[in-house]
Design a protein around this ligand. Structure first.
Ligand SMILES: *Cc1c(COP(=O)(O)O)cnc(C)c1O
Length: 430
């Protein structure tokens, strides 16, 4: 594989991850095969023992996926990456790779509803406990959330749909002071607008379903490792990485694969093997098409987001607008620091007329469709309190930064004036 690290992000989007040799396909090949052939059992045995790297079964790894993962790895500035079948799988794997029954994780309270449910309900059943902290808490409050069995800190660079911007350096300092990695879901900002590793984050996850794919075509996820967290310095905390794995003939991941490869190799060898949440090579191919234009699309999403947010802010029927790219927003300064080129295309806002006004407004939109989706080329919107965050009570909703009248609008790539005209006419019906 060629080294793209010295290129700018746009070049990495277009050409990263795959460099064809002479006479090889220009576009990444879709390796539509469940299995891979070898001449001798001995050769295959070496793959099973992780003695040599290679492909044997697409439940664990596939070459198409790895080319696309390599591109995202370059975009984030990491050392290793893997694709997963969804963003949910990526966040589950990223935590479960280092936390097990009896362990504890500190997480920001304003994370995506699906992730909150995964942590608060499903992973809790697996014996992993979570403490949710207000992302705006003081460093002191943050430090108080840690326990002796804490194994990771988790947050979102821009939270979906609360649009809080995480103070990455504050969270990284607290995580590192307690000898655990900071894992950040960078779905909304994308590496085009924010590269968390540059601010001390250790592991990045993505729902590639969103801007990376960008066309609402394929569900997927990704995990990227910065290679900088020193597992061996906290041997007792992370036995899965620092002691022999009996299911692979006693390999110790952090020693054999180094800090740069241990996390992703373990995640592939154990979690993909046992859970099999692999992305299909077909979807990985579509994801790569999306990535090729990510750097062109993201600025347009941000431009439309800002235009819509600015319009809404001055409208009498709108009670509040949340958009971290808008001057005066609570997170404007943090956004300027961590994502100076723009935030995302998602705008959240509420109505003077409350929940009913929100529902009436949405019903009358023509261009913006009602979907449980964001970050699509086509503008869409959602009422989280009756959809993605439906399972939460009012207190949990408030902690997640959501009010019953909040509408989340994901501005697509259409003409901003057309979007505003559509919003204006729908507001007239309220
Ligand atoms: C959508 C989303 C997820 C979940 O991803 P899926 O691909 O839908 O499984 C996780 N985190 C964030 C921030 C999201 O927006």
């Amino acid at each position: 594989m060629s080294d793209y690290s010295h290129y700018n992000i746009s070049t990495k989007c277009v050409q990263g991850g795959y460099t064809p040799g002479n006479g090889e396909p220009r576009q990444i090949p879709i390796i539509q095969s469940t299995t891979f052939k070898y001449a001798t059992s001995e050769e295959m045995g070496k793959l099973f023992d992780l003695e040599e790297s290679g492909y044997f079964y697409t439940r664990l790894q596939n070459p198409t996926n790895d080319m696309v993962a390599a591109k995202i790895c370059e975009l984030e500035g990491g050392t290793a990456a893997m694709l997963t079948s969804s963003g949910q799988a990526a966040n589950f794997y990223a935590i479960f790779n280092i936390a097990t029954c009896g362990d504890h994780v500190v997480a920001s309270s304003t994370i995506y509803g699906g992730t909150y449910n995964l942590f608060h309900v499903t992973m809790q059943k697996m014996g992993i406990s979570f403490t949710f902290v207000d992302p705006d808490c003081t460093e002191e409050e943050l430090n108080e959330a840690f326990q002796p069995n804490t194994k990771a800190v988790f947050g979102e660079t821009i939270a979906n749909p609360a649009l809080t911007v995480l103070d990455i350096e504050k969270f990284a300092r607290a995580a590192h002071a307690h000898g655990v990695p900071l894992i950040l879901d960078n779905t909304f900002a994308t590496p085009v607008n924010c590269r968390p590793f540059e601010w001390g984050c250790d592991i990045v996850t993505h729902s590639t379903t969103k801007y990376m794919d960008g066309h609402g075509a394929g569900v997927g996820g990704c995990i990227v490792d910065s290679g900088r967290f020193n597992w061996l310095a906290y041997k007792d905390k992370f036995p899965g990485l620092t002691t022999p794995d009996d299911s692979y003939h006693g390999v110790t991941y952090a020693e054999k694969f180094g800090l740069e490869g241990a996390f992703i190799t373990k995640c592939t060898a154990q979690l993909m093997r046992d859970f099999g949440s692999i992305q299909s090579p077909q979807n990985a191919f579509l994801l790569n098409l999306g990535l090729e234009s990510l750097h062109v699309r993201i600025p347009r999403h941000c431009e439309n987001g800002l235009a819509v947010a600015s319009f809404l802010k001055d409208h009498p029927k709108v009670s509040f607008v949340i958009y971290p790219g808008l001057e005066g927003d609570k997170y404007y300064e943090l956004a300027r620091k961590y994502m100076p080129n723009g935030t995302c295309g998602v705008v959240s806002f509420g109505f003077a007329g409350g929940r009913t006004a929100a529902e009436t407004f949405m019903k009358h939109l023509r261009l913006a469709a009602i979907e449980t989706h964001v970050a699509d080329a086509r503008t869409c919107c959602l009422h989280p309190a009756s959809a993605t965050h439906r399972q939460m009570n009012d207190q949990e909703l408030a902690a997640a930064g959501i009010t019953p009248d909040l509408v989340r609008m994901s501005c697509g790539l259409e003409d901003a004036q057309d979007l505003i005209a559509d919003i204006r006419q729908a507001l007239e019906q309220v």
